[in-house]
Every structure is written in C-alpha cells, then in structure tokens.
Design a protein around this ligand. Structure first.
Ligand code: CS2
Length: 474
C-alpha cells in the first residue's frame, strides 16, 4: 500500500453512521454522497459498514484500510476516485456482538441500510412482517440477531436501556415508501419482544423514506483488472457505476442530526412518495421487464437488450403503459424522465447483466410492475406490455431457457416458484398456479391478470419472447 493512502487514515472523520448490507450499490452511492457532504460542510459522519452474510467485502477492503476506487463509466470514458469514508467493516455472522455495540454507540446517529428486498423478511404482496421467516423466528428468541430487523431492534433496545437517544433508520432499498414500511416491520417485531420498547421506538425513532438511484452492476474480474490499468493501484474491491446519481430524502432525523446532504446535491424533501413511485415503476419496473424478456431472448446486458430495436420499442411501450399510473413529482416531466432512462440504459460502458436484475423477482414484482398493473386495470386501461413482462417472469422462473438450457434462478421463493411452474405442463396451468401465489399476487389482481397473462404466456411459449413482443406488445 502506498504511504499516502495510509497517512490519511488517522485524519478521517469519526464514525457517525453504521451501514447494514455493505454492497457495491451503497459504496457507489451513499458513501460518495456522504464523503462529499463532509468535504463541503464537515461533521463526523464516517461510516462503519456491516456485511450481514459473507466476509468477502471486508476481506477485499481490508488491504487498503477500507479505501476503494469508485469508477464512473461514462460513454466517453472512465473516471476514478478514491473513497475513504469507511472507518471499518464488520461481518455480522463472525461477530454479531461487535455490530450491536457499534450500533449502540452514542456517536452513531444514523443507521443506513441496503439489505435488498428480501432482507426485510416481509410478505412482498402485503408488506407485513413474515413471522414464519426463519431469521425472524430466530431473532425473536435469541438476543444475538441474524436479520437486519433483529439488529435494529436489539441495538435500539440497548440504547434505550443506556438512556441514549435512538438513531435515525435510513433505508436505501428499492421498496415502496421504504421508511414507513421498515418502521412498521420494526414496530411489529419490537412489540412481540417488548411492548414498552415498541412504544419508545414509535415515539422517538425516525424512519425517513428515501429514493435512491444509481445503476451499479456487480464488479467483475475484468473490472478489477481495468481499474489497476487506470489507476496503477491494485484494488480488489472497486465499484463501477454510471455518472447519474439521484438521492431524495425526507428531512426527518432524530434531533435533526445528519450530514449536510444538500451540500452534496441530495434533494431534501417533506414527502418522497411521488419520487419513489416514479423511480420504482418507471426505472425498476422496466429494468425487471427487460431483464426477463431480454434474458430469454439471449441478451446478456440491459445495454445489449435496448440496442435490439424490438426491445427499444418494447421499453417505450412499457413507459407509455406505466406513465398513466404515475403521478409526476413537482417540476418533473415523465416523458423527459423516460427519455433520460433510455439513454442511461443504452450506455455501453455499463455492463448490467439481465441475469443480475432478474434475481429475486418474487420480491421485486409487486412494487415494480404489479402496482402499475393494479392502477391501470382498475381504471380500465389494458397493459399488454406489462402483462407480457409478468408472463416472461413466469417463463424465466420455470428454470429452462428458450434453447433448453438451465437458468440459474435465484429467488428466496425458488422452491415454491419451481413447484408451481412444474405443477402443470401447459402454459395456462403454469400461469394459474403462479398467479395463485399470494406472497406475490393479491387475489383481486390475480383474477384481473388471468386472461391477459395467459394470452401473453401462450405467445411466449409458442413463439419465443422476442417474437411474442413483436406480435403482442410493440
Ligand atoms: C436493478 C436496480 O438490480 C436491480 O434490480 O433494477 O439495482 C437498479 O439498477 C437501481 O435501482 C438503479 O438505481
């Protein structure tokens, strides 16, 4: 390691934030904004990152004292920056006690989270805590937790016992009204443990909602080699991301304690719902639709998918169906937003694999696609392109692609999805069995979707996804 990098370690700001779920996204996004906020306005908002599962990120970051390269991938070339906002990285399964004591420290005023949709241990269709989830069952009877919800509640319990103020819980996952959702889950869990603790969290703790946006594909070996070439430094843990970044946060923090986010370009608002719905439905909704259809048509990345004219027309069609189901945030034109998204998707520097985005569909579909469908179908508007996306997801979770090759389907409900898919031979039987999964489809919506999704599935199974789009949803 170069002397210059080590020298600045002691000058780093003190820790004010613990982050749960330290993946590439938060390192490419939140860490950069928070470092900028401190550069502009000071404050001790250094971050202790926590990996809830594997030690890989910690092991990769350790060699450079938690510093790493953030790489902006613009169509005209790459730009690198060395990020030093992390003060430590903990691995929860190795030392959960260290995580709890970090979260219980008085200087820690914010706990941020990116634990992905499935990390919330909830029912994606209803938003309720899944008390049958093995991690929740474990955490309700053991003091030392394994789930994010368990860590939050146990750490808050310690703070209360020590007479300290709670921290602000700042979720940065792509869930609808993410702060309010997490608040409900935390309160439900806490109430089962200790009603007085739940009352205290309810009155003292804050859970602002956020909208987060920066496309950050998983880092590959080729990226690591490229970064060494660009910087002359070997960094096993760089993050690769697009130039665009947007963070909108409800300005509601315990004691008002937070970094000067606005100085870093974060939009601080009273209510983030409109931004959140727009982003989840227009960006993540089309991302998922392109992931299933693009993957089935043999496209490796989103950029490859939208370079195919059939899919370029398909994504425009999707936006025209989604826009009537979205209320534009003040001052935002949805048409311009869609145009900008198209350019972001087409960025050839971003190799965002369709397979990566296709992961965990059972947890993503409700807020990304089914919300738009519910709004449209109830208003009598047909949605052939969105229904085709649902049918493509059903084809995808069957686990065999259009060439007869196995698909590596990753989903917490994989066993149930596979069983539903295999319960019938014909597409209409598969569709019926999958629509009957109440963790994903509410009963009323399942009924409305039966006919259009069955029709789209029949086309996909008979002709292949690309031809089905050309025929049914262009
Ligand atoms: C993507 C998101 O992997 C996925 O499911 O849709 O990670 C997406 O890239 C981000 O939300 C963009 O902000």
């Amino acid at each position: 390691m170069e002397a210059g990098l080590r020298a600045d370690l002691t000058d780093r700001p003190q820790t004010g934030i613990v982050h749960l779920g330290l993946g590439a996204f938060f390192r490419a996004f939140g860490c950069v904004f928070i470092e900028d906020a401190m550069a502009a306005s000071g404050g001790d908002w250094g971050i202790v990152g926590v990996s809830l599962r594997s030690p890989d990120t910690r092991d990769a970051l350790r060699g450079h004292d938690w510093g790493y390269t953030s790489v902006t991938l613009a169509p005209e070339g790459e730009q690198t920056r060395w990020i030093t906002v992390l003060n430590d990285v903990l691995v929860a399964p190795e030392d959960p006690e260290a995580v709890l004591s970090a979260m219980a420290k008085r200087e820690v005023r914010i706990v941020t989270l990116t634990v992905t949709e499935k990390g919330y241990c909830h029912n994606p269709a209803t938003g309720a805590l899944n008390v049958d989830h093995p991690d929740i069952q474990h955490d309700l009877i053991h003091d030392v937790p394994v789930s994010a919800i368990g860590f939050l509640v146990r750490a808050l319990q310690r703070r209360r016992a020590a007479g300290a103020a709670p921290f602000t819980v700042l979720t940065c996952d792509n869930l609808p009204e993410n702060g309010r959702l997490l608040r409900r889950l935390v309160l439900d869990f806490a109430r089962r443990l200790d009603p007085a603790l739940a009352d205290w969290i309810e009155s003292e703790c804050k859970f602002p909602c956020t909208m987060v946006d920066r496309i950050t594909p998983a880092t590959t070996e080729a990226d690591i080699a490229r970064v060494a070439e660009l910087t002359g430094r070997s960094d096993p843990a760089p993050v690769m991301h697009e130039p665009f970044a947007q963070w909108v946060i409800e300005d509601d923090f315990v004691g008002g304690a937070r970094p000067d986010f606005a100085a870093a370009g974060v939009e601080m608002v009273r209510d983030v719902t409109a931004h959140e719905h727009m982003k989840l439905r227009m960006l993540n909704g089309t991302h998922s639709a392109l992931a299933y259809t693009g993957y089935l048509a043999g496209h490796e990345t989103i950029a490859d998918t939208v370079a195919d004219p059939v899919f370029a027309a398909y994504v425009r069609r999707l936006w025209s169906e989604i826009m009537p189901a979205v209320q534009a945030p003040e001052g935002v034109s949805l048409t311009e937003y869609a145009d900008a998204l198209f350019h972001r998707y087409a960025n050839p520097g971003i190799r965002h694999r369709t397979w990566q985005i296709a992961m965990d569909g059972s947890q993503k579909l409700p807020q990304r696609i089914l919300g738009s469908l519910t709004a449209n179908l109830s208003a009598g508007r047909d949605c052939p392109a969105l229904c085709l996306a649902v049918a493509a997801w059903m084809r995808y979770v069957g686990g065999v692609d259009e060439k007869g090759q196995a698909i590596d389907v990753r989903d917490p409900l994989m066993v149930q999805l596979r069983a539903a898919s295999e319960s019938a031979d014909a597409p209409e039987g598969k569709v019926a069995a999958l629509l009957a999964m109440r963790d994903v489809f509410p009963a009323e919506l399942a009924e409305q979707l039966a006919q259009p999704v069955t029709e789209a599935a029949a086309l996909i199974w008979a002709k292949g996804t690309r031809a089905a789009i050309e025929e049914g949803a262009r």
